[in-house]
Design a protein around this ligand. Sequence first.
Ligand SMILES: *Cc1c(COP(=O)(O)O)cnc(C)c1O
Length: 377
Amino acid sequence: MPKHTQCVHSGARKDKATRGLNTPIYPSSAYEYLEAPENIYPRYFNTPNERAVVEKLCALEAAEDGLLFSSGMAAISTVMLAFLSSGDHAVIQRDIYGGTHHLITADFDRFRIDYTFVSNRPEAITAALRKNTRLIYIESPSNPLLMITDIAAAAAIGRDHHIVTAIDNTFASPINQNPLALGIDIVMHSATKYLGGHSDLCCGAVLGSTARIHQVRKAAVNLGGSLNALTCYLLERSIKTLAVRVQRHNANARQVADFLVRQPAVRQVNYPGLETHPGHDIARRQMKGFGGMLSFELDEGKCTADQFLRRLKLITPALSLGGVETIICASAKTSHVKLTPAERQELGISDGLLRLSVGIEDPEDLIADITQALSPR
Ligand SMILES: *Cc1c(COP(=O)(O)O)cnc(C)c1O
């Protein structure tokens, strides 16, 4: 079934009582059990509202099963703790979401979980493997530099060495990229972003095969980061327009990227859709669209990041991403603020680097706002 149709129809449970078109909201936390084949409970990740969303996401990611979480970080930390134990080693891509990076550097030592940060090149992943490596963790496109990892190559390394591979697919969304089809074992989303899409939900998702999700569910039930029925319902409603939104995000980001490349005050534009992007060829192979996220580096001699952000009128300096409205942030002061300046420098995150989440507005209005904010005064 094409994605636009899956977005609208997959997983939906029509209301038998009223013939209403939408999945009813089932808020109960207690369910009669005598005649029930399965014990329903929100923290068992099996309520009807959760299952409706999971089935929609399974259709979109070509997954067998999945789980919803109360945040993207709940999804990510649960996956980490499901596959890593004391004495194990993980190979982690260095250029990842700041919160994930901080979870690893702040907490893995306490659990005696060893890790190696690597570049996004397959040779670097292979070189870092040890006898006790149990997880290969990647993110593509990555945050905030939009680096592209060869997903099929990373998956093949995991398969050859019997190591679980996991990817944070938040930036691409299931419309632009389906890592399970490229051989990855576990896909994670911060559903707070494109899946929610309106900057008003906080949730996460994990998808994979029945066997892998069974293992994640065991950890998830104990860790308890489940999602409530009302938010499940809102997420289901949001995903109905996901394909339409992402199509527009893709087109708008392309126009803004093409515009930024021509600006003298812009040193560098990171967008995988640009032919000059180092990961462009791989992105063309593994992505169906290049996404709504880009980042660019201002020449702070011409216009500082702070001046630029304060002059914007339509585009809002705000955290998060993936909503219908265009927002922008300086990575060094927001998502990567917990890193040391040396760590940021190593990652290539300068003070002039701005991350733009291009929304679904008229692109001419976005370009006009950027133009006036860049113009000398
Ligand atoms: C926001 C984000 C997360 C964390 O998700 P939360 O919903 O904020 O917990 C993880 N990965 C990426 C790429 C993100 O953008």
